[in-house]
Design a protein around this ligand. Sequence first.
Ligand code: FPP
Ligand code: MG
Length: 297
Amino acid sequence: MQKIDDLIKQFLAELDYEPILTMLSKLKSGKKLRSKLLLAIAEENETSLKLCAIIELIHLASLLHDDIIDESRLRRGAKSINAEFGTKNALMLGDILYSKAFYELSQINSHFAGIISDAVVKLAMGELMDVNLTQYFNTDKEAYLKMIYHKTAVLIEASARCGAILGHLNEEAFAQYGKNLGLAFQMIDDVLDIKNDEKILGKPAMSDFKEGKSTLPYIYLYENLEEQDRAYLQTLFKKDLNENEKEWLKTQFKEQKALEKAILEAKAYAKKASQAIEKYDNNKLNDIIKAMIDREF
Ligand code: FPP
Ligand code: MG
């Protein structure tokens, strides 16, 4: 993964503008799920590494914009770029990372450029769906699934598809793997927001509901509650929760088994992912699924 970080740095150093590198140096390195996946499918060479760096740049750009939209002050255990340098800088850094990624992509070939640009359109639509779903307490699981497919799974699907093309493997099978892994990934993320604390997560805990996001565990909780408790749950939506309210939520999540139900759903998608590539007997890809489910942040 160090080679990918070095490539990202090299791409941005070429732009020869100091503030870009200063802000980049403040960004903590992430899990690089998309790159790990691509390199578990295709062999490591100049093109595959470049594609990884491009995909990570796009992912980083999307996180910069997402932190502005969500008004998040913390990312990967450090101050977010918008918190440290202000919204204008974070916004433009996002645009620069994103545009540089597309410039580099245009230098590879138009087939990869087509797949990735199509994914990024959907990624941005997913963020828009996420924003629009926060206008009310969403209890519609289908709307949630459609949103997380766009917001999260699409870029993971595109990474797996590009890996398959590079490795001369079945594009559709690996795209299915990426899509289902991506859906499971976001579901686990949404569970961790409730289950873990800020220290482990590297970002504020239990912030989804406050941001107006009724994720899968909240949808399941709502489904299981009696009318009176449903009404109380609705009053907590978008609220800065006090300790009593947090405790009430935690007790309800436990009693109604809403987190377990969401984890089971994530595991079902993870299984679909592993079934899609069963015949390739790729241990690395199965390990990625396991690590993604068992993670703490
Ligand atoms: C994190 O979601 C956000 C995303 C995975 C996608 C964000 C996409 C955009 C902002 C579209 C713009 C794209 C580009 C390339 C400029 P989250 O808020 O649920 O997760 P978090 O808790 O980690 O913030
Ligand atoms: Mg966010």
